[in-house]
Ligand binder design. Sequence first.
Ligand SMILES: Cc1ncc(C[n+]2csc(CCOP(=O)(O)OP(=O)(O)O)c2C)c(N)n1
Ligand SMILES: [Mg+2]
Length: 341
Amino acid sequence: MAATKRRPAQEKTSGAVAPAAAGKDELLQYYRDMLLIRRFEEKAGQLYGMGLIGGFCHLYIGQEAVVVGMQSAQTPADDVITGYRDHGHMLACGMDPRGVMAELTGRRGGYSKGKGGSMHMFSREKKFFGGHGIVGAQVSLGTGLGFAHRYKEDGGASITYFGDGASNQGQVYESFNMAALWKLPVIYVIENNKYGMGTSVQRASANADLHLRGQAYGIPGFQVDGMDVLSVKAAAEEALERARSGGGPTILEMMTYRYRGHSMSDPAKYRSKEEVAKMRETHDPIDLVRKKIDAIGGVSEDDFKAIDKEIRGIVNDAAEFAQQSPEPDPSELYTDVLIEA
Ligand SMILES: Cc1ncc(C[n+]2csc(CCOP(=O)(O)OP(=O)(O)O)c2C)c(N)n1
Ligand SMILES: [Mg+2]
């Protein structure tokens, strides 16, 4: 019997991507963009507590640097698709905070006329393709978006976000195979916030090095500090360059953390308060950018207060609009059920 050859230890395809340097104005833009998401989500949490938002509501607080960093490297030709923790992605895509908040409160002024809620908003104009409640479903859809770009040769790419929990779903690997085989311009962004509902990534994953999940298909993978917007941006630029030049897909495992529960109804008994507090104190993505701005200098405490006021104004306006907008007419139950392609 022929001796079986021992395989060499698998080489890691991952490597650290050095964060890009950024000037004051660029950092201030990221600060604003992340603060908008944070304050918007805080307001959504408040409205939920007041009974103005019903159903499921998954907040993105803590993960803001991922979507803002990715978006900073994209062009308007690129598509975004994600799961149900999606309000931050919508805002980063440039969708109107009023329309998003009004959808959350189930009002006519919402992106789906108040008929969809948190997980059912889309904007073809801003190239945001949802918002998907079935864990992992967006990965095959996002791969299809990549295929469309390849087919049309329009230079766009698909930014397909999913969670650490979703990374164990079967359709993810069917998608990886097709994307690698056809060299599709897809960036698979795994937002590893360490938990899938109440289960830690170590308890759920045989191998928790999620950036290596594409090795069998030859897809390069990188682990990225997802709390540092500049590291995210640097990784995104490299992956987008690969996608646009015909190099195919890339996996970016963003190491991040969600401060709130899985959804608004999560008692969060699976982790300690100290763990959350430590992340907030030492890794907060907004504090991190503020420190970088402070190190450059030239932005006063009053300047930061003015930005805070401006962002609160946008969010309060959205919340006001979301409460003033009327509920959909019952006849709307029969519209948009099927639409022309
Ligand atoms: C196919 C499917 N299985 C199970 C669920 C229930 N479910 C909703 S969210 C979730 C956890 C997913 O965690 P992760 O992918 O890490 O995303 P995160 O919530 O951390 O952003 C589960 C199991 C679902 N919605 N769809
Ligand atoms: Mg998760």
